[in-house]
Ligand binder design. Structure first.
Ligand code: BJ8
Length: 425
């Protein structure tokens, strides 16, 4: 038997608050055991993600640590609009930052308003409470001007960390695309300065291919979920997308293709993770950062199965690829700008594309109903709830709208509402 590695010296070197960090890991561990390890009929290939989760603040941080010790640079991000391809082409590694658990709330509320969404409070709280090794390992954090809460939070974060803010337009006209393209030039220059390496046609082409391969693997997993019975639980599929933001890219892609192989075989043999008559739910809304598994857990413990997520920890992350036809750096950056601006986040106006995506997914995945999910105080997604409900009703899909946060306080009420909804389906 091998003795587990003690990472405390590394966490200490990173300046983490060790007792608080131990408490966080214990809380996430028991959450994971309760939500994930109680499931039956899981695909065997999920053992990879179980292992990654068990080492999410251990082995993966050690890899980042070693990469930086050898001169590499790590770039932390919070949003889909920050192109991983450019970070990798400049020789950096991109990591999504911790933002999915309630921690350091009091500290966060000292510098941002109380009525801020849980995601923002979480990333600020994790930083201030010194429990996020990913931000501690980030040489630069790239933020964006997607919503007012984030804009102001990055301002506060810039007093504590090296931050670059990418300005995002709010419409998708040709002049907006041209503007975003120039922003990517600035980002590229900032990254080249950070890493000391140039973005070249070869490095950018390779990065586009690598990140597309990762998305292709996730697309295969998503496609398998259209089968009845669903070959994988929604919780497990959500975990795959959450881990995509953190893990080593080629290794993750290999593991996800192995998972997709297994799911395709399960579909051919009619093997499900859930019974064939489990009500099928599509979830849409604000992203669910690791370790936010709350809604999926409630739905699946009530007997439903989540068959898709129209969210940034779901289809918005993997459904579009950057064309691989560009020859020069400029052409490839044009293609990256166009692909990224095509993501349908509620920060854009108008945002009809998101509604079309939801309806297409609901049909393709044979959903019985749609759950629209917004974090409390997220004005953007709360506002789009009206459009989602209207379109769902017109298309004949029952819809339930939920506003919540990361706390366990409303779990009873949430379960009651979800159970009633599933019964109706
Ligand atoms: S591309 S969804 S990751 S902005 S929940 S912080 S919007 S108040 S997360 Fe998002 Fe990028 Fe859009 Fe995706 Fe603000 Fe709303 Fe909070 Fe949000």
């Amino acid at each position: 038997m091998t003795t587990p590695t003690d990472y405390h010296p590394m966490w200490d070197e990173l300046g983490l608050d060790l007792p608080s960090h131990d408490a966080l890991l214990a809380a996430v561990g028991s959450l994971y055991a309760d939500a994930y390890l109680t499931q039956t009929n899981r695909p065997q290939a999920m053992s990879y993600l179980d292992f990654v989760l068990s080492e999410v603040h251990g082995l993966r941080i050690k890899e980042l640590h070693d990469f930086r010790a050898a001169g590499g640079k790590v770039v932390g991000t919070f949003c889909l609009y920050v192109p991983e391809e450019i970070i990798r082409a400049a020789g950096g590694w991109s990591v999504g930052l911790c933002a999915g658990a309630e921690f350091g709330l009091e500290e966060a509320e000292r510098i941002i308003p109380r009525n801020t969404c849980a995601l923002i409070k979480s990333f600020v709280g994790f930083k201030l409470a010194r429990v996020c090794p990913y931000i501690a390992e980030s040489d630069l954090v790239v933020g964006e001007t997607t919503c007012d809460g984030k804009k102001k939070a990055y301002e506060a974060l810039a007093d504590l960390h090296n931050v670059h803010v990418l300005e995002l337009p709010q419409m998708k006209r040709p002049q907006d695309l041209a503007f975003f393209r120039r922003e990517l030039d600035d980002l590229r220059a900032r990254l080249e300065e950070l890493t000391g390496k140039q973005v070249t046609a070869d490095s950018l082409r390779a990065a586009i291919k690598e990140v597309n391969d990762k998305r292709r693997a996730l697309q295969r997993i998503a496609a398998a979920r259209a089968a009845t019975p669903a070959p994988i639980s929604g919780k497990d599929a959500l975990l795959a997308t959450q881990v995509a933001f953190y893990d080593d890219v080629p290794r993750f892609t290999g593991a996800m293709n192995a998972l997709a192989d297994e799911l395709e075989a399960r579909v051919a043999e009619g093997i499900g993770a859930m019974p064939a008559d489990a009500p099928r739910v599509l979830i849409t809304g604000t992203p669910m950062a690791l370790p936010n598994w709350k809604l999926h857990d409630v739905i699946e413990k009530a007997g439903g199965v989540v068959v898709g997520e129209e969210m940034c920890t779901g289809s918005r992350y993997y459904d579009k690829l950057v064309p691989e036809t560009g020859e020069t750096v400029e052409e490839m950056l044009d293609a990256i700008a166009a692909k990224y601006l095509d993501i349908n986040c509620a920060c854009f106006t108008p945002n009809r594309g998101r509604i079309d995506d939801i309806m297409r997914m609901a049909r393709d995945l044979k959903a019985d109903g749609i759950i629209d999910y917004a974090l409390n105080f997220c004005a953007l997604y709360e506002a789009e709830t009206f459009n989602v409900e209207k379109a769902a009703r017109e298309a004949g899909f029952p819809v339930l709208s939920i506003q919540t946060d990361y706390s366990a306080e409303d779990l009873g009420q949430l379960s009651t509402r979800v159970e009633a909804f599933l019964e109706m389906l």
